[in-house]
Design a protein around this ligand. Structure first.
Ligand SMILES: [Zn+2]
Ligand SMILES: [Zn+2]
Length: 298
C-alpha cells in the first residue's frame, strides 16, 4: 500500500521526514495527500510530514521551521533534565541564518515568546526535528547553567550517547571556567540526583566515593569518609522498596555505617537543607569511625 510505504519512510527517519525524502522514496504527491487525509500522517508545516503521534513540543518546533533544542531535545534523546520550575515552554533551535516562520507572543505570560529560541550555529548535521546531543548539551549549559548541564552530561555519558571525541568537543566549546565539569563527569552516575549531589558537595570541598559496594548491604550511592552513607532516592522508593530501604539502613547501621537519605524533592527543591544536614553531620565527625574505614575499594 502506498500510504503504508510513506508511513514506513517517516518512521525510519525518526518520526518526521521532508517531502523530498518521501518523493525520493517513491511516494507520490497524491499518496501524501491521502496519508494526511486519512490521518496516517500529519503535516506540521509545509514540506514536512510526521507520524500522528508527534509530541506537542515537536510540532511546535517544526512549525517554526526549527528543531527541538536544549532541554526539549534532551528529553527526546533520553537525557535526564533538571526540571527546575521551568515555565514549560518548548526550546526551539532555528538556524541563525534563517528566520522562524512564526513568532508568537503569549499574552498570558506577559508577552513572553511561545518558545525559548536558540539561534546558535549547527554542530554536525542536526536531524529534522531535533539538534544532536553535543549541541543540545552546550545549549543547556548556556540556557540553564552549570548544574543542569552537568547532570545532563553525566546522563548522556551513562547512556553512551557520546564518546570520547564528543566529550572533547564539548569541553573545547565550553567557556574556560566550566571546562572542569567535563573532566569531573563520570559515566556511572545512577541518576541525575546523584550527579547534582556529587557536583554540589564537590563545590563545598567534600569528596565522595561513588557507587560503593558494601558486603551485606549492596551498592550505595556515596560514602563520605569512613562510614557516612549518602543515598539519593528517585521516585521509585515507595511501597515495597521503602521497606527494603529500611532493611538496608538497619543492616548498614549494624555494620557501623550511618545513612543519610534524601529524596528528589529535597535535592531538587530544598538543596540548602540537604547541604546543612550533611555539613552538620561532618562537623559532628559522623563520617569518622574509631575503627577506621568500614569499606574498601573494589
Ligand atoms: Zn534552552
Ligand atoms: Zn513557539
Amino acid at each position: 500500500m502506498p500510504v503504508e510505504h510513506a508511513v514506513r519512510i517517516v518512521r525510519r527517519n525518526g518520526g518526521t521526514a521532508r517531502t523530498r525524502v518521501l518523493r525520493r522514496g517513491g511516494v507520490s504527491r497524491r499518496t501524501l495527500a491521502a496519508a494526511v487525509h486519512t490521518g496516517a500522517l500529519v503535516r506540521p508545516r509545509q514540506g514536512v510530514y510526521a507520524l500522528p503521534t508527534l509530541t506537542d513540543a515537536r510540532r511546535e518546533a517544526l512549525s517554526h521551521r526549527g528543531a527541538l533544542a536544549c532541554v526539549s531535545a534532551a528529553r527526546e534523546h533520553g537525557i535526564w533534565t533538571l526540571d527546575d520550575g521551568a515555565d514549560g515552554r518548548t526550546h526551539t533551535w532555528v538556524h541563525p541564518q534563517r528566520h522562524p516562520t512564526r513568532f508568537t507572543l503569549d499574552p498570558e505570560t506577559a508577552g513572553a515568546a511561545c518558545c525559548v529560541f536558540h539561534r546558535d550555529l549547527p554542530i554536525g548535521e542536526p536531524e529534522l526535528h531535533r539538534v544532536g546531543v553535543v549541541q543540545c548539551l552546550l545549549q543547556i549549559h548556556g540556557c540553564r547553567g552549570e548544574d543542569a548541564f552537568f547532570a545532563a552530561l553525566e546522563s548522556a555519558l551513562r547512556r553512551r550517547l557520546i564518546g570520547r571525541q564528543e566529550r572533547r568537543l564539548i569541553r573545547d566549546r565550553l567557556p574556560g571556567r566550566s571546562r572542569w565539569l567535563v573532566d569531573f563527569a563520570r559515566s556511572d552516575a545512577d541518576s541525575g540526583l546523584e550527579s547534582l549531589l556529587r557536583l554540589r558537595l564537590h563545590r563545598r570541598g567534600i569528596t565522595l566515593a561513588s557507587q560503593v559496594a558494601i558486603p551485606g548491604v549492596g551498592v550505595v550511592d556515596f560514602v563520605i569518609g569512613d562510614r557516612l552513607i549518602l543515598e539519593a532516592d528517585g521516585r521509585t522508593h515507595d511501597g515495597d522498596s521503602r521497606h527494603k530501604d529500611r532493611v538496608r539502613d538497619a543492616t548498614a547501621m549494624a555494620l557501623g555505617f550511618i545513612t543519610l537519605r534524601f529524596d528528589s524533592a529535597l535535592i531538587l527543591h530544598d538543596w540548602p537543607l540537604v547541604e546543612a544536614a550533611i555539613l552538620s553531620a561532618l562537623s559532628e565527625d559522623l563520617h569518622r569511625s574509631p575503627a577506621g574505614r568500614r569499606w574498601s575499594d573494589q
